[in-house]
Ligand binder design. Structure first.
Ligand SMILES: C[S@@+](CC[C@H](N)C(=O)[O-])C[C@H]1O[C@@H](n2cnc3c(N)ncnc32)[C@H](O)[C@@H]1O
Length: 330
């Protein structure tokens, strides 16, 4: 099942039916100023929901214990068509947003990335591509600087063991094994045979030790979680001191005209596209609704600060349709 050099580790995952992680019959448990005001009210709402043991699933209120399972079913249902739908829904713009995330990260050779809710691997593939192309450029410059290089020197400077070359590694972690399987197949098709591993795991209880990663990314994943605060704490825990948290997520559009166009587009067109392309209206309706339930840029910034991160900043892309939040563990 695994592509050469790519491993898929299955872990027990909180709150999901056994069938969801491929071990039927077993009950699963894990082995494992404005911004502040908004954050406080978001927490109050959230705490109230927790007290009543209910939360939101899109625009519906559901028992808290059901949300993870429902989200799981959404991504189980869309996994095969997920990448096509991303291009169709965003007219390809999600690629530019993801490229911007990588430019913001600007990773160096040797970086260890954890991509949580990594799905079909888009961020990790870009990460490997980015580091390797930077490395190749550096080696080309060095080879050009050699005045009369022998063929052996040129070959050495391009090889995997080239002086100064450090292997970068990405771990794609997602709760949904169907999304990961699609990602693994893509990795195989795109010849990403090294530097990549696939782990089934829950963002709220990550199956990794403390202080392991240089960068933690979560792209279009955090709004699906039941307890965002727990996921932020986990991000902080697994990052090394000096490590960086980066989140790419749908956010709030402040321009009223753009907001109206965006609402019309997302509520009226996206579920239709979901039905036509993936035969699944409901899942795409949930995805649109979940975007509207996600806290705004400043509220989310405060939540990241409350998890302990420093120098937390965000920048909007496409007028706030999405935002990149960044913070550091000191
Ligand atoms: C919209 S997809 C994003 C995939 C990928 N990051 C991308 O940008 O294309 C959201 C992903 O979050 C995953 N997810 C949802 N809840 C999760 C959880 N509790 N822990 C880890 N992943 C989760 C889903 O399985 C799905 O693959």
């Amino acid at each position: 099942m695994a592509a050469a050099g790519v491993s898929l580790a299955f872990r027990a995952v909180r709150g999901l039916p056994a069938s969801a992680v491929g071990q039927r019959g077993a009950r699963l448990s894990t082995g494992s100023a404005r911004g502040f005001r908004h954050a406080a009210s978001f927490r109050r709402e959230h705490d109230a929901a927790a007290d009543e043991k209910s939360t939101h699933f899109g625009f519906q209120t559901v028992p808290e214990g059901q949300k993870a399972e429902r989200v799981y079913k959404v991504f189980e249902s869309v996994a095969q068509k997920y990448d096509i739908m991303n291009d169709a829904m965003s007219l390809g713009i999600h690629r530019l947003w993801k490229d911007t995330l990588l430019r913001t990260m600007n990773p160096l050779p040797g970086t260890r990335l954890l991509d949580v809710a990594g799905g079909t691997g888009d961020i990790s593939f870009r990460f490997l591509e980015y580091v390797r192309s930077q490395e190749a450029r550096r080696r080309r410059r060095e080879a050009q600087a050699l005045q009369t290089p022998s063929w052996q020197e040129i070959a050495n400077s391009y090889g995997p063991g080239a002086p100064g070359s450090k292997e970068c590694r990405a771990v794609v972690c997602d709760i949904n094994k169907d999304m990961l399987k699609v990602g693994q197949q893509r990795a195989k098709d795109l010849y990403y045979t090294t530097g990549l591993s696939w782990v089934v795991g829950d963002a709220e209880e990550l199956p990794f030790d403390d202080d392991q990663f240089d960068v933690y990314t979560i792209a279009f994943g955090i709004r699906n979680l039941t307890h965002i605060d727990k996921a932020l704490e986990e991000a902080y825990r697994v990052l090394k001191p000096g490590g960086r948290f980066l989140c790419l997520e749908f956010s709030h559009v402040s321009n009223p005209l753009l907001s109206r166009i965006y609402d019309a587009y997302s509520f009226q067109l996206i579920p239709v596209l979901g039905e036509v392309i993936a035969g699944d209206w409901k899942s795409y309706q949930y995805l649109v609704e979940s975007i509207r339930r996600f806290p705004d840029q400043e509220t989310f910034q405060s939540m990241i600060e409350e998890a302990g991160f420093f120098s937390v900043q965000y920048h909007n892309l496409t007028g706030g349709v999405v935002a990149i939040h960044s913070g550091f563990k000191l």
